[in-house]
Write a protein that binds this ligand. Structure first.
Ligand code: NAP
Length: 407
């Protein structure tokens, strides 16, 4: 008898309801995507089997996007892919190629916008034994909450000399009394109170649930006052209106409590983005949850990943209301495609975030613990091996089997 495919559901209170054998769509990804996806699947299946002895299992189903989709269907992001993810609600993906300065717009961005995956969560934590450029990498324990649907990332751009660019320039020069050069390319940076507030709300909720000390709003509001500056202001407003009894601003902390946070209160502070890049290197212990507009969050999360050993180990999740897509932070690393070489750690740890999201914490913990153990044993892929002494360099797939073997 054919088994009925079960999908993940949400209760009226937006709590996730996960069946024992949920269908989870996956996108392999371009470049090194198939290598890391194959490795991640080995580890995730092993963890679920080990944790639940066959009582639970994931029914993976492939959906197409990127180069593979284009070759098979002539479409980079087929409607069927979006519909399947909407049906089954939670998906995982490898990286997808986006050409620079020409060609198609980002499929990653399209997915985030189509499914309104407005929060991009990127935790960054040091794993013992991983080579790091920091003197005290163990001080790095942060999570970036990056707004995922607005900002210059929306792709509202018009080429130099195009009719739209010319009209906008004329309008700004005439109505706004400014002087944009006639041949400029034009980009628009929308940041709204709605988009900013719902993102900051997620960040504060996370800080409260996970006992974190502070939420830092990272912006370039001194220069971009009505977009990034407004993001900061709306963030403070939201904190006061919805979490007034459990949060305190940094300003009030110093004025009223001599800098010592009262029990049970999350500190809300803000930093200008350029200064924040210094702070993550010089004083990482002072930060734990960062809430940022889209572009800042993109830059910051790659820089943070470098502080704990690089992009190969940096996981990510894109979460909306009712849909979630988990993905590696890095790109397709095309020069290593098909070599079974790169570090699948990022996608494996994204898979652990997915298991957490499903409520399968036992399996998630198994993934994390055995990955840490494998790195501690110095069984690592090329990126870590080239910086570690006496490491055993293994292929992408061998790293996955070593992790599974350590469960
Ligand atoms: P990238 O693919 O992230 O690779 C840059 C470098 O990072 C690699 O050359 C490699 O460094 C290191 N790296 C990346 N992934 C690694 C892994 N799994 N293990 C070990 N090292 C890894 O960045 P890119 O070359 O700028 O971008 C390539 C394509 O990916 C572009 O089309 C871009 O648009 C796309 N992209 C997609 C996503 C996504 O799908 N979410 C995100 C970012 C970029 P070494 O050379 O030092 O070994």
């Amino acid at each position: 008898m054919t088994k009925i495919k079960e999908s993940i559901r949400y209760s009226d209170q937006r709590q996730i309801i996960t069946p024992d054998d949920p269908v989870i769509p996956f996108i392999e990804g371009d470049g090194t995507g198939p290598d890391i996806w194959c490795a991640a699947r080995i580890v995730l299946d092993a963890a679920v089997e080990k944790a639940y002895s066959g009582q639970k299992n994931i029914q993976w189903t492939e959906v197409l996007a990127g180069e593979k989709a284009f070759k098979q269907t002539g479409n980079w992001l087929p409607d069927d892919t979006l519909e399947t993810i909407k049906t089954f609600r939670v998906a995982i993906k490898g990286p997808l190629t986006t050409p620079v300065g020409k060609g198609i717009r980002s499929i990653n961005v399209a997915l985030r916008q189509e499914l309104d995956l407005y929060t991009c969560m990127r935790p960054v934590q040091y794993i013992t034994g991983v080579p790091s450029p920091m003197q005290r990498p163990e001080d790095v324990d942060m999570i970036v909450f990056r707004e995922n649907t607005e900002d210059v990332y929306m792709g509202l751009e018009w080429e130099s000399g195009s009719a739209m660019a010319t009209r906008i320039i004329e309008m700004v020069n005439t109505l706004g009394g400014r002087q944009i050069r006639a041949e400029a390319g034009i980009g628009i940076k929308p940041i709204s109170p709605f988009g900013s507030r719902r993102l900051v709300k997620r960040a504060i909720e996370y800080a409260l649930e996970h006992d974190k000390q502070s939420v830092t709003l990272v912006h370039k509001g001194n220069i971009m006052k009505f977009t990034e500056g407004a993001f900061r202001n709306w963030g403070y407003e939201l904190a006061k209106e919805e979490f007034g009894d459990v949060t305190i601003t940094e300003e009030a902390l110093w004025k009223q409590y001599d800098g010592k946070a009262p029990e049970g209160k999350v500190i809300i502070k803000d930093r200008i983005a350029d200064a924040m890049f210094q702070q993550i290197l010089l004083r990482p212990a002072e930060y734990d949850v960062l809430a940022t507009p889209n572009l800042n969050g993109d830059y910051l999360s790659d820089a943070l990943a470098a502080t704990v050993g690089g992009l190969g180990m940096a996981p990510g999740a894109n979460i909306g209301d009712g849909y979630a897509v988990f993905e590696a932070t890095h790109g397709t690393a095309p020069k290593y495609a098909g070599q079974d070489k790169v570090n699948p750690g990022s996608l494996i740890l994204s898979g652990a975030m997915m298991l957490d999201y499903l409520g399968w914490q036992e399996a998630a913990e198994l993934v994390r613990q055995s990955l840490v153990k494998t790195v501690e044993q110095k069984t690592v892929t090329y990126d870590l091996a080239r910086q570690m002494e006496e490491a055993t360099q293994v292929k992408c797939s061998e790293f996955a089997y070593a992790i599974a073997g350590n469960m």
